[in-house]
Design a protein. Structure first.
Lengths: 275, 528
């Protein structure tokens, strides 16, 4: 039953791995201390000493991008985790009580969250509770909940009509047990694919929040804030904007390619359509 | 010269042989029945004629339609032919129509694609064809959508699309398999009439000998990609020679041997049961309308008895099944098993539930694809609270009692064929040693030879374990073969009840008579 691993999946996985590897490596080694300022050597172009050059404080951009990957991963991972941990059970519950009051309440609450532009609410949350990485995580996490709740409900609803679910009910199993034993394993592939895509969206959202100064606070490096800092100097030293920008582009691209590739691999309907 | 001549057609898909040396002909005005079980290659033969083979298919031989070899024809030539020279009717009327287009537009599309007239002319032609297939303008305007029609009416639309340009050849692949018996009889009559009126050839593909028995001018029996027997339709069964044809014939009318020991004590009692469903509101504050799916139904099954419940789709038999199984509560009446109610208060009575199990129709949808057979078969142990310590032995024993091996419990469900899966479903139903087993169309999706085996197995199990069956089906021949008593259900009510032989020999209610008349029947053949 194994489909062929597509080229986009290879490329996506390689990019993702490179980015995760850089983040892990930054715990033990970076070419320079990412926080060390060296004002005389500010705004150096890329060179053998500073691979990506230095910023307006003379900090090594390559090291900052590596450590920034850490922030991005942490925020996006926890945010997707929050979305899955709350969204999937809500979606399962809604599907189990499809058409009932619980379903209505859950899905209308979802619509409510969906109705607001995600970034706007994130800004509101961080504005009220203060700008920090934790608040950014919570803000991004909240917007992942309805995405997973909807996806789960949709997948579960079609499974609830299967005869093996009826057979389980005849065996006296309740809705919760059926949801976890029968439904969840059969929609796991949907969730993995969506998780990958939400992860990339989480990285974009974190960069966006940091860009407006509502994400991780200095001195913790963050790609979004590096871009913001570079804004006024872009004419003078374009490399300080280009490298964090490329980091965002390539990780998001990698995660999206991986998500697409996984979908092709795991979704039997698409697989059949391609052969 | 024949209209269609298939000569030594061989087909392989990605190297795997599908068809071998298939040859037969269809003449103008002739009905040729192609009969075979799943995997016999009957549908692939039809697709070869249409030039609609899947990717990777390699065909050899000749398919000559009106003097032209279709296997050598280009895609453009085939496109011009499809719909105009050759029409096709598919099995599933639910998916063969586009749900967002009106029926008029869909029938007219065939005309427009072949450039056989302007839009107005195409619509006029659509109207005319729909009239011909029995969908008159006053009740079925062109602006109707498929969801507003019943299954039989949709199949009429599909037929209208196929014959809109008066093709010389019509291919119908299992055109009535998804339909109720009475609708099936109507559609078959319609096809017969159209063949007679237009003088077109009809290639009728089916797994059901009964469907073609009194209709086909020529019969072609296929097995594993080969034609095993051909002959004139009239008196075909009296002359049949090939052992496979005979086996197919016998399996179609197979009656398992049963020696039922029926006790007087009722096992299941259904008393005045009614079940309503709320329909969608027509306006925001309008009171919700209600639909009565089951209306005051009463019956009982005695211990050891095998009771049939017959009815067409939408008659309420599925609702009744779910109520008996305790999956849904009823609004009125009560259901007792061994004198105990299925529902006490609003809770399901677990002690009662242990006494019954169910086998469903679809051998492919009845199992969680990610579980091993052992876990699947052991699922009803949940009713006991926990799996008993010897559960694996008991799963093994259950598998053996349905003719599989205990070692099969380590496999996944996709490793089994449809018939084997249905055996596993029966093993799952047997694992708790229930007293009542509800068979909900349990053999309807199976090939006739497999169906005969499963019926034998059911008869054998009922004897060995003293089982009581409630056999729910739309297939009269099956109900006739395996039940002692039969209930006929229509629009939520039981319209007739009695011993199976009596009901079939002397139906009292008008509806029962219609059902029995509509059921396709095989001719009686003296034992040879």
């Amino acid at each position: 039953m194994k489909g062929r691993i597509s080229r986009s999946l290879w490329l996506g996985a390689a990019l993702t791995l490179a980015f995760v590897g850089a983040a892990l490596l930054s715990f033990v080694w970076t070419p320079h201390d990412f926080a060390a300022m060296d004002i005389p050597n500010k705004l150096q172009p890329p060179s053998a000493v500073h691979w990506f050059g230095t910023d307006h404080f003379g900090r090594d951009i390559f090291s900052m991008v590596m450590v920034g990957a850490r922030t991005s991963i942490a925020v996006a991972l926890v945010a997707v985790g929050i979305g899955m941990a709350l969204g999937v059970p809500l979606g399962l519950a809604a599907a189990a009580r499809s058409g009932g009051l619980l379903d209505e309440v859950i899905m209308r609450a979802n619509d409510l969250v969906f109705a607001f532009p995600a970034l706007l609410i994130a800004i509101l949350i961080t504005a009220v509770f203060g700008a920090s990485a934790v608040n950014a995580i919570i803000a991004i996490g909240i917007f992942n909940i309805p995405v997973f709740a909807r996806l789960t409900r949709g997948g579960a609803l079609s499974l609830w009509k299967r005869e093996y679910i009826l057979a389980a009910r005849v065996s006296g199993k309740g809705a919760a047990r059926i949801s976890f034993e029968h439904i969840l394993p059969n929609i796991a592939n949907l969730l993995i694919v969506q998780g990958t895509i939400q992860f990339s969206l989480g990285i974009l959202a974190e960069a966006g929040l940091s860009y407006v100064g509502l994400g991780a606070q200095p001195p913790t490096p963050s790609w979004g804030r590096m871009l913001a800092d570079a804004q006024t100097l872009i004419g003078l030293a374009p490399h300080i904007a280009i490298f964090p920008g490329l980091a965002i582009v390539f990780t998001v691209l990698g995660l999206n390619l991986m998500g697409d590739g996984l979908r092709d691999l795991l979704d039997p309907r698409l697989r059949r359509a391609r052969t | 010269m024949s209209l269609l001549a298939i000569e030594n057609l061989s087909l392989a898909i990605h190297g795997a042989p599908i068809l071998r040396d298939v040859s037969f002909t269809v003449d103008e005005g002739q009905i040729v029945g192609v009969i075979g079980e799943s995997g016999s290659g009957k549908s692939m033969t039809a697709l070869s004629v249409m030039g609609l083979l899947p990717a990777g298919a390699q065909a050899r031989g000749k398919v000559i339609f009106e003097g032209r070899d279709l296997l050598a024809a280009s895609e453009a030539e085939l496109c011009a032919l499809r719909g105009a020279g050759i029409g096709m009717v598919f099995q599933e009327p639910m998916t063969a129509l586009n749900p967002v287009q009106t029926i008029g537009a869909q029938v007219a599309e065939t005309v427009l694609i072949h450039g056989a007239g302007s839009r107005a002319e195409a619509m006029a032609r659509a109207r005319e064809v729909l009239n011909r297939v029995g969908l008159p303008a006053e009740r079925f305007p062109l602006s109707r959508y498929p969801h507003e029609l019943s299954g039989g009416q949709r199949q009429r639309v599909v037929i209208a699309m196929a014959i809109a340009l008066r093709p010389r050849l019509l291919i119908a692949d299992e055109p009535t398999t998804a339909l109720d018996v009475t609708t099936q009889a109507q559609i078959l009559r319609l096809l017969k009439r159209l063949v007679a009126e237009d003088g077109m050839g009809l290639l009728l593909i089916t797994h059901d000998l009964g469907v073609v028995a009194d209709m086909a001018d020529e019969m072609v029996i296929m097995k594993a990609g080969e034609v095993v027997e051909r002959g004139a339709g009239q008196g075909f069964f009296a002359r049949m020679q090939h052992p496979y044809t005979r086996a197919l014939f016998e399996a179609s009318s197979h009656v398992p041997e049963r020696t039922a020991q029926v006790e007087e004590r009722p096992l299941l009692e259904v008393r005045n049961v009614s079940r309503d469903y709320a329909l969608a509101r027509t306006a925001l504050f309008a009171p919700a309308r209600r639909f009565r799916a089951v209306d005051g139904v009463s019956f009982e099954i005695r211990r050891g008895e095998s009771l049939g419940l017959v009815g067409e789709s939408g008659c309420g038999k599925s609702t009744l099944t779910r109520a008996i199984l305790g999956l849904e509560e009823v609004q009125e009446g009560e259901i007792l098993i061994d004198g105990q109610p299925v529902f006490s208060g609003h809770r399901v009575n677990l002690a009662v539930r242990r006494k019954m199990q169910v086998v469903f129709q679809d051998p492919y949808g009845s199992f969680n694809p990610r579980w091993k057979v052992a876990r699947l078969v052991a699922e009803p142990f949940h009713l006991l609270g926990a799996r008993p310590p010897d559960w694996r032995e008991r799963v093994g024993a259950a598998l053996e009692s349905v003719g599989l091996e205990a070692a099969d419990m380590e496999k996944y469900i996709h490793e089994f064929s449809g018939g084997q899966r249905q055996r596993i479903a029966i093993a799952r139903a047997l694992i708790l040693r229930p007293e009542l087993i509800i068979l909900d169309e349990a053999v309807s999706a199976l090939d006739v030879s497999i169906r005969a085996q499963i019926l034998d197995l059911l008869a054998d199990l009922s004897e060995r374990f003293g089982l009581t069956y409630l056999f729910i089906s739309h297939d009269l021949s099956v109900v006739r073969a395996i039940t002692d008593r039969v209930l006929v259900m229509r629009a939520g009510r039981i319209v007739e009840e009695g011993p199976t032989d009596e009901v079939f020999a002397k139906p009292q209610h008008a509806y029962t008579k219609t059902l029995i008349e509509a059921a396709p029947e095989l001719p009686q053949v003296a034992a040879q």
